[in-house]
Write a protein that binds this ligand. Sequence first.
Ligand SMILES: NC(=O)c1ccc[n+]([C@@H]2O[C@H](COP(=O)([O-])OP(=O)(O)OC[C@H]3O[C@@H](n4cnc5c(N)ncnc54)[C@H](OP(=O)(O)O)[C@@H]3O)[C@@H](O)[C@H]2O)c1
Length: 243
Amino acid sequence: MSSLLILGAKSDIARAVAQQYAANGWDLLLAGRAINELDDLAKDLAIRHDIKVFLHEFDANDFDSHAAFVAKLPELPDGVITAIGYLGDQQQAENDWSETEQIMNQNLLGNVSVLNILANLFAERQSGFIIGISSVAGDRGRQKNYLYGAAKAGFSTYLSGLRNRLYQDKVHVLTVKPGFVNTQMTADMDLPQKLTAEPEQVAKAIYKAQQKNKNVLYSKGIWAWIMRIIRAIPEWQFKKMDL
Ligand SMILES: NC(=O)c1ccc[n+]([C@@H]2O[C@H](COP(=O)([O-])OP(=O)(O)OC[C@H]3O[C@@H](n4cnc5c(N)ncnc54)[C@H](OP(=O)(O)O)[C@@H]3O)[C@@H](O)[C@H]2O)c1
């Protein structure tokens, strides 16, 4: 049986991913902060799909704990997905270093710290896959969320480099770039319905893309076209826009 490690398993997208992989018979290792909140979900998935589900405490900000966290896993999973992220408050972060630090740590450094360890183990084993949930916000910096965008841009670049490095080792890396998704993270935003995905749609697209060894997934797909246009706007014009 195959197994998937889900980091940030309490996230709405991660829960949908757990449902998706469980329905396809995968064992799950669910990791996150205060992870016992997923007790009921874990029991339900295990019984309904006749799979093994383990819960593991994991804090992306506690870099020094990451090697021990990986060493304590019951097995090295076939693949890992990280849904860890933090939108933060752009305006607050412009004046408050601790908010900027949170945005950088939770979207970039925490993920890089734990994936560095898993990448080495997968490379040594010569198999596995890594899925990183980044964002379209990393494709171009805008005044309204450039700190979150900068962290996601760093994460997208990290994943791209990892994909290039691990190709020789038969380890596949998938970068997921959602546009708007209807989750806790966006709960207080007025999102345009046509451009907004449900977590279940994103999870289905992730499963399909991972099975096909796709490199980059935009979800919804229309975001690939939107970002192509956004990236094509010349900088002299882009800097004057209210985005
Ligand atoms: N929703 C969107 O529109 C959208 C768009 C593009 C990209 N994304 C990305 O999609 C991913 C999933 O987000 P979501 O929309 O499902 O939102 P979410 O429900 O708020 O999920 C974010 C998750 O990150 C976890 N997390 C944050 N800091 C952590 C830390 N230090 N250690 C461990 N876990 C930590 C949170 O855990 P706690 O429950 O413990 O706080 C939470 O479960 C994120 O990377 C996000 O940036 C979302």
